[in-house]
Design a protein around this ligand. Structure first.
Ligand SMILES: [Zn+2]
Length: 408
């Protein structure tokens, strides 16, 4: 089976995750794909392939001609984003794309004006949607690329490579991709997620992330007799929010600038709650943002009495760079493999997190490599077939370099 056939096969299976669900996995339909992948892995000679109760698929391929003793992992997620429907995905291949607007369905057009990167894809074969769903190349193109590499090794048993660990995860799109990840079962020295972006891009840096719940307690009396007594929790919340600098909102930040973003508000006279997320690539700067929010809470307490406001701020994930800096060989191998392919690596900082952010701090240093997918999380999503195949080659070359005991 070719990588494009695999992607189309996987894309047709609905695996949308659900942030409102409390179960693991968040949706049982993710098992539909997991079961197929389990069988395919077994067919590709991954004898120890397993699917666990949380819908994680793991497996290993023994080394061939290896001198390093290393195990390198490759990870991709099975779920698709809750942002857009993944039911009834009906992919279409465009051969030799002309670089112009693509009419996905009557009135639904991937316009070059809105997506200028399309121009550079002239001459490529693309997989696109029928305009009614997302494609799910995020991250089924990553799964297809990993499977394609395994198939290559099955067909070329003489080809040297290090020991390989594979994991397919559920619920990445709702931030729970590593919630039940079994690092011991995965058993890799380091790993790569193949989760989006062009083939030349390696992501070695993510945000540091915290979330905050700020609770306000008012003093509720009948408003008719409220003079000098009534304190509205809603007013405290409004006052609190205005203490946070507007220039730190995501709509005013880019690149390496972090942000404080209010994601929810609810309240009554008696009690109000504001929810925030805080992001910054720089850990100290993120901690400073958290401190600013605590000081604002203290300011409210000083003014309206102790206990008027509580700010509860917790870590969500951390910047993988902190870990990857201590393991330069992980980025080095990927860069060298790309170089062998004649591709210049671009290392990029993501304004978000990946499964690799958490995995890196769980003991498996894990940057992200591309998939050839683009315009994720909506109906304009596409995958560049040649790039997906190149990602597969990249995976093979990384494993071959490791087998030679190559360091960066
Ligand atoms: Zn993804």
């Amino acid at each position: 089976m070719s990588a494009e056939e695999r992607l189309i096969r996987y894309a047709k299976i609905d695996t949308q995750s659900d942030p409102k669900s409390a179960t693991s996995p968040s949706t049982m339909k993710q098992f539909d794909l997991a079961k197929i992948l389990l069988e395919e892995l077994k067919g590709l000679g991954i004898e120890d392939a397993v699917l666990d109760e949380y819908c994680y698929v793991y497996g290993h391929l023994p080394a061939v001609g290896d001198t390093s003793g290393k195990t390198i992992g490759f990870v991709a997620h099975m779920d698709t984003a809750p942002d857009y429907t993944g039911t009834g995905v009906n992919p279409r291949i465009i051969r030799n794309y002309d670089g112009k607007d693509i009419e996905l369905a009557p009135g639904v057009v991937t316009a070059v004006e809105s997506f200028p990167q399309m121009k550079q894809l002239k001459g490529e074969d693309l997989i696109v949607t029928d305009g009614s769903t997302l494609l799910g190349a995020d991250d089924k193109a990553g799964i297809a690329a990993i499977m394609e590499a395994l198939q290559y090794w099955q067909e070329h048993p003489e080809e040297p490579h290090c020991r390989i660990a594979v994991a397919f995860t559920p619920d990445e799109e709702i931030g729970r991709g590593t919630a039940n990840f079994d690092v011991k079962k995965f058993d890799a020295d380091f790993a790569y997620t193949a989760d989006g972006g062009p083939v030349n891009t390696i992501t070695d840096e993510t945000f540091n992330a915290m979330s905050a719940v700020v609770t306000f307690h008012g003093f509720s009396v009948h408003p008719g007799s409220g003079k000098n007594k009534l304190i509205s929790a809603c007013n405290l919340a409004v006052e609190y929010h205005t203490l946070l600098p507007a220039y730190m909102r995501p709509e005013h930040t880019e690149g390496k600038e972090g942000y404080i973003h209010m994601t929810g508000m609810q309240g009554s006279t008696n009690k109000a709650v504001l929810e925030y997320i805080l992001r910054d690539h720089d850990r100290q700067k993120l901690e400073a943002k958290a401190e600013l929010m605590r000081k604002a809470a203290q300011w409210i307490n000083d003014r309206y009495g102790e206990g008027s406001c509580e700010a509860d701020i917790v870590w969500t994930y951390r910047n993988m760079k902190e870990i990857l800096n201590d393991h330069p060989e992980v980025m080095g191998l990927a860069e060298k493999a790309l170089q062998e392919m004649g591709i210049k690596a671009v290392s990029e900082g993501a304004r978000g997190g990946t499964d690799g952010s958490n995995l890196s701090f769980m003991g498996v240093p894990c940057p992200n490599i591309g998939t050839g997918g683009g315009n994720a999380h909506g109906r304009y999503e596409y995958c560049v077939i040649s790039q997906m195949e190149q990602v597969s080659e990249l995976i093979r070359r990384i494993a071959a370099l490791a087998a030679k005991g190559e360091q960066a």
